[in-house]
Design a protein around this ligand. Structure first.
Ligand code: NAP
Length: 249
């Protein structure tokens, strides 16, 4: 039977591109969404129309009970899990640190960090060879913000992605002997709706001229490619790696 992949936050943006590419590559794809029900169901339908297998399942990764329900639904439907892409994320509050509110930071961290960690927990419980699993792969979607820092705009977001990198390195070491590889990609400026979610409009257009590779933003498909590579056997000796997909930025 073909491998089962969960992509969190896959109704739109980078997650949708990863789910679509994985469907084409033969994975059975769980398209998780929080709010984008129609888009997630349409994407699962599209994957099936192309001869693949997919299901859309709701679940807010900022809520532990939702994550547990999501993984239980995967157990019930497919009875196995081979790969997790921790993609769901929000950009959080815009502005300088001097204006930050704790409740906004906590909400950001609950999705970007706690959500990714708890999804990883559930995946490890199912995939670890030490727990009777067959091994597997986790790919975490980090950000170029980890090293750029996003001053004046999104430092809390950058910090949340720094945590993702630390988690990637630590978990890779923790489960390296349990058949699980854990890697991350750091997208740069990718053309999705996330840039308009907070702050003044036109962020992408303002920043993309500074991208060394052609002065352009990347596409979600250009992130999906490296993610599919990291999930594949071609990356069988890669774990704890953090791959920049930032057009040189
Ligand atoms: P996007 O277009 O805004 O999409 C965000 C996705 O995350 C949506 O599918 C959304 O689902 C999902 N999501 C948000 N909160 C969620 C929650 N609580 N539970 C489950 N899903 C949730 O953003 P994107 O650019 O594709 O971002 C995807 C990932 O790439 C994020 O981790 C982001 O930080 C990272 N990234 C993006 C860029 C970029 O330039 N675009 C650069 C670096 C890193 P619903 O619509 O269903 O709520």
């Amino acid at each position: 039977m073909s491998k089962v992949l969960l992509v969190t936050g896959a109704g739109r943006g980078i997650g949708a591109a990863i789910a679509r590419a994985a469907g084409k590559a033969g994975y059975r794809v769980v398209v998780n969404y929080a709010h984008s029900k129609d888009a997630a169901e349409a994407l699962a339908g599209e994957i099936k129309q192309h001869g693949g297998e997919a299901v859309a399942i709701q679940g807010d990764v900022g809520v532990e009970a939702d994550i547990e329900r999501l993984f239980k639904a995967i157990d019930d439907k497919y009875g196995r899990l081979d790969a997790l892409v921790n993609n769901a994320g929000v950009i959080g509050p815009y502005g300088k640190v001097e204006a930050l509110k704790a409740k906004d930071v906590e909400q950001l961290l609950s999705i970007n960090v706690t959500g990714a960690l708890i999804c990883a927990r559930e995946a490890v419980r199912r995939m670890s060879t030490a727990r009777g699993g067959k091994g597997g792969v986790i790919v975490n979607i980090s950000s170029a913000a980890t090293t750029l820092g996003s001053p004046n705009e999104f430092i809390a977001y950058a910090a949340s992605k720094g945590a993702i990198n630390s988690m990637t390195i630590g978990l890779a070491k923790e489960v390296g002997n349990e058949g699980i590889r854990v890697n991350a990609v750091e997208p740069g400026l990718i053309e999705t709706e996330i840039h308009e979610a907070a702050g003044p409009p036109g962020r992408l257009a303002r920043l993309t001229p500074s991208v060394p590779l052609g002065g352009r933003g990347g596409t979600a498909d250009e992130v999906a490619g490296p993610v599919l590579f990291l999930m594949s056997d071609a990356a069988s000796y890669m774990t704890g790696a953090i791959i920049r997909v930032g057009g040189g930025r």
